[in-house]
Ligand binder design. Structure first.
Ligand SMILES: C[S@@+](CC[C@H](N)C(=O)[O-])C[C@H]1O[C@@H](n2cnc3c(N)ncnc32)[C@H](O)[C@@H]1O
Length: 232
């Protein structure tokens, strides 16, 4: 992958899918190490803010190795996880999580209309080729009143924290990722933040797809963000 010219369109799709297939075996280990275990804390808090419980049917889009699915299942919800990277799904299946997992594209979910009461999506927005079709798919599979929780990386606003975050994200992540997994992939991950649209555009896209009460909550001084909304 040419990291100076981030891919778009079909070549991005292929590059992202290959990359996650490659890094799948050590994906969980690297996540825990590089976030000091906070990634799981953020997922738990996201599900708690969303109020996921046994009455919910959750679709976890770009489920990866099943972290969100596992935690949602532990809260009693029925869960379906969708991801296009076979090796990531294999990781999820190995964990014997009591949820359904299927290979599929977030831009064209292999699920019927109005089958879910909640949608989760962890650290995947910047990996999609285009966000509008994904938000439209979220709206399609949700029942009216259905909720979304989209967890993503973010950047602290405080200058000192921003500098530390930059050091961590742009130096430590590629270094540790390179040593334990795949150097190109873990150099790509910080760069992929550039794919995220400006805040106003992101909020406008969600509203355009039919979501109201769109809100952002920052975690750990802004190192991560949770976007929530309710389908009209
Ligand atoms: C950073 S990982 C996040 C995995 C998981 N959600 C988590 O919280 O750890 C991003 C995931 O998005 C998946 N992905 C990216 N684009 C996708 C698409 N168009 N359709 C389905 N999955 C996609 C990748 O295969 C990868 O598993």
């Amino acid at each position: 992958m040419d990291l100076d010219h981030l891919p778009v369109g079909a070549s991005k799709r292929e590059a992202v899918q290959n990359m996650f297939d490659r890094i799948a075996p050590r994906y969980d280990l690297l996540n825990r190490l590089l976030t000091f275990g906070m990634d799981q804390l953020w997922r738990r808090r996201s599900l708690s803010i969303l109020g996921v419980d046994a009455s919910d049917t959750v679709v976890d889009i770009a489920c990866g190795t099943g972290d969100f699915a596992d935690l949602a299942r532990k809260r009693g919800a029925q869960v379906v996880g969708i991801d296009f990277a076979f090796e990531m799904l294999l990781g999820a299946r190995r964990r014997k999580i009591d949820a359904g997992f299927a290979q599929g594209d977030a831009l064209n979910l292999p699920l019927p209309d109005r089958c879910a009461t909640a949608v989760t999506c962890g650290f995947a927005l910047r990996n999609f080729v285009s966000l509008d079709p994904v938000f439209q798919e979220m709206a399609r599979v949700l029942r009216p009143g259905g909720r979304i929780a989209l967890l993503e990386v973010y950047e602290p606003t405080h200058p000192l924290l921003r500098a530390l975050h930059c050091l961590h994200f742009k130096k430590l992540v590629p270094l540790v990722g390179g040593l334990l997994s795949d150097r190109t992939a873990y150099r790509y991950l910080p760069k992929s933040v550039a794919y995220l649209p400006p805040d106003e555009q992101l909020f406008a896209s969600l509203k355009q797809a039919g979501f109201k009460e769109v809100r952002r909550k920052k975690f750990f001084f802004g190192a991560a963000q949770l976007l929530t909304g309710v389908l009209e």
